[in-house]
Design a binder for this molecule. Structure first.
Ligand SMILES: Nc1ncnc2c1ncn2[C@@H]1O[C@H](COP(=O)(O)OP(=O)(O)OP(=O)(O)O)[C@@H](O)[C@H]1O
Length: 323
């Protein structure tokens, strides 16, 4: 059994209009997605802004009311509040946000910020609590004098590490990391990602790692789902996605990974423009007449892609020939 099993998850937001403020339509933020997160792994959920990643993450934490579908955790559907309560789900699942400045209370000292989940769930005495907060600061590489400071006294990277310390305080089983390093410089991104990996090794945590950037996810994730307009268009292992991408949208996201080597920038730009040209010319083949992605078709045991029948048959056949 996987740690989390998401099946046919749908989250629609109502659109209200007119004098009576009636519901006249809905935004299909998440439109029937399924994937599993295994214990101890980092699962990547990648897509452009507005593709539905955050809504999915919030649904998994229990912060968003789902329209239909299920999210199974330890055999129970946690889209139901009573099940979240009986499982102690809020203790087991934590979240790290992109914007550490607004997600950390500016009026609270770091000691109180990190201790907050401990106070909610563990009821330690004062000394035990302080010791635990100091251990957590040490794990994320911050000195003890951080205890008495406020969020604005830290750099973005340090604040993000404080967010990581708070998220791991109660020893959770799963952390939803929503764009955890997007607001940081490249060098600082690597630092925070390394801390997240170190903590994962030490505590055996699973991550649902949400990002718009396939470059960031590459060194973090074992399995990756590509999300586009509320649907999944490609699911696979790291090797499937980076070395054998099939969906035109995945190829476009891969071409959008920023090139860090200055000497290769011109070549990279030319390649990106070429991929964009192909995307504009051929994207219609990959979406149905309503502009929606097709259902996923399994190409190999680990790799599934949203394709119409003719393309699915073509790629399956190519896979068989190569094998
Ligand atoms: N509370 C809400 N009410 C109405 N529509 C919403 C709400 N939250 C999100 N949406 C819409 O749902 C869609 C998916 O949003 P979501 O934030 O999940 O995307 P995302 O991939 O995480 O993008 P970003 O990275 O920009 O946050 C968007 O069209 C968004 O405008």
């Amino acid at each position: 059994m996987s740690l989390v099993e998401i099946k046919d998850l749908t989250v629609h937001y109502p659109i209200r209009s007119g004098f009576w403020n009636r519901i006249t339509d809905s935004v299909k933020a998440v439109d029937g997605i399924s994937f599993n997160i295994e214990a101890g792994e980092t699962y990547g959920l990648v897509g452009e802004s507005g593709s539905g990643k955050s809504t999915t993450g919030k649904s998994v934490v229990g912060l968003e009311k789902v329209t239909s579908g299920s999210i199974m955790y330890q055999g129970k559907d946690i889209t139901k509040k009573a099940n979240r309560k009986s499982l102690d789900y809020n203790h087991d699942v934590q979240m790290i946000f992109q914007d550490s400045l607004s997600s950390l209370n500016p009026r609270k000292r770091i000691e109180d910020i990190i201790a907050e989940p401990l106070r909610n769930f563990e009821h330690l005495d004062k000394n035990e609590e302080k010791l635990r907060v100091l251990q957590l600061l040490d794990i994320v590489g911050l000195d003890a004098d951080a205890l008495y400071k406020y969020p604005h006294q830290f750099s973005g990277g340090q604040r993000q590490r404080i967010g990581v310390a708070r998220a791991v305080a109660t020893n959770p089983k799963l952390i939803i990391a929503d764009e955890p390093v997007s607001a940081l410089d490249l060098s600082v991104q690597a630092q925070v990602l390394n801390f997240m990996k170190k903590i994962q090794r030490e505590f055996g945590i699973s991550y649902l790692f949400i990002s718009h950037d396939l470059g960031v996810v590459r060194h973090m994730c074992n399995n990756i789902a590509i999300m586009n307009r509320g649907r999944l268009v490609e699911i696979g292992t790291r090797d499937d996605i980076y070395n054998h991408p099939i969906h035109i949208y995945t190829k476009r996201l891969l071409a959008a990974i920023p090139e860090t080597n200055v000497n290769n920038r011109a070549e990279h730009r030319a390649k990106r423009l070429q991929v964009e040209k192909v995307y504009q010319e051929q994207q219609d083949k990959y979406y149905d007449k309503n502009g929606e992605a097709y259902p996923l078709v399994q190409i190999t045991p680990t790799h599934s892609v949203a394709l119409p029948k003719d393309l699915a048959d073509k790629f399956k056949h190519e896979g068989e020939v190569q094998a």
